[in-house]
Design a protein around this ligand. Structure first.
Ligand code: SAH
Length: 222
């Protein structure tokens, strides 16, 4: 019997999950709450088509409308930096596949997530419903303006790169609130920053280099 005839143990769902979690830990995702939610939420559900079999690799992948689902370790590191608490209301800008919103939903009271592409919002909503994630509200909106009607927010996570942290988002953050946002030119490496609103202003921390699709103003065609 050659090796080719042996069942591929590495491809069992349990092995795949172990490898997925190992990759997260080895890239610095250490918060046990974040790891446990990421263990529970199956990234494979959020990716369809030819890339579905790569869902458990630590790599960004294409999704419809020319966008990308972020690399799992980056999702973990951003979530950890955001430090969402159980009673928090969180705004995510850039629903994309819905994966990051689903991770946040396991850690806080309510998640508002917006995308400029209707198709991405609709497909994500269908997944949230299927998974029974009833604490996520997804809507089509230009997230660079935030979501004034639901503001202020305890936490804001931006998953597209802005040149600077958008003013309306800073204004919609509670005092003591945290925003995590990649900043920089859209076609270059960007810096992930954490902004904390204090009584008197904003504190900025640089976290790491990242690469995200750009934050684009206005609504998409699809
Ligand atoms: N968080 C996503 C990945 C997001 S990719 C996930 O977990 O899969 C970035 C997303 O930001 C894209 O879907 C893009 O359409 C969206 N986006 C870009 N500019 C935006 C804007 N001004 N308002 C809302 N969404 C925006």
């Amino acid at each position: 019997m050659s090796d080719d005839d042996l069942p591929d143990q590495d491809d069992s769902p349990a092995e795949r999950k172990m490898r997925f979690l190992f990759q997260l830990r080895s890239r610095g995702v250490t918060d046990p709450r974040v790891l446990s939610v990421m263990e529970r939420i199956d990234r494979g559900i959020f990716i369809r088509g030819q890339f579905a079999d790569r869902a458990y690799e630590d790599t960004p992948l294409p999704i419809p409308c020319g966008q990308t689902i972020s690399q799992p370790s980056v999702v973990g590191l951003m979530t950890q930096a955001l430090n969402p608490r159980p009673r928090d209301t969180v705004l995510e800008v850039g629903t994309g596949s819905g994966y990051q919103a689903a991770v946040l939903a396991g850690l806080c009271r309510r998640v508002y997530t917006v995308d400029r592409h209707r198709r991405l919002v609709q497909e994500s909503e269908a997944i949230f419903q299927k998974l029974g994630l009833s604490n996520i509200t997804a809507q089509v909106a230009d997230g660079s303006r935030g979501l004034p009607d639901q503001s202020p927010f305890d936490r804001i996570l931006v998953t597209a790169a802005a040149e600077d942290p958008p003013g309306p988002l800073l204004a919609q953050l509670k005092i003591g609130g945290i925003m995590v946002v990649p900043v920089g030119q859209s076609d270059a490496v960007q810096t992930l920053i954490r902004v904390t609103r204090t009584d008197t202003g904003f504190d900025y921390d640089e976290l790491r280099q990242v690469r995200f699709v750009p934050l684009v103003e206005g609504l998409g065609q699809t």
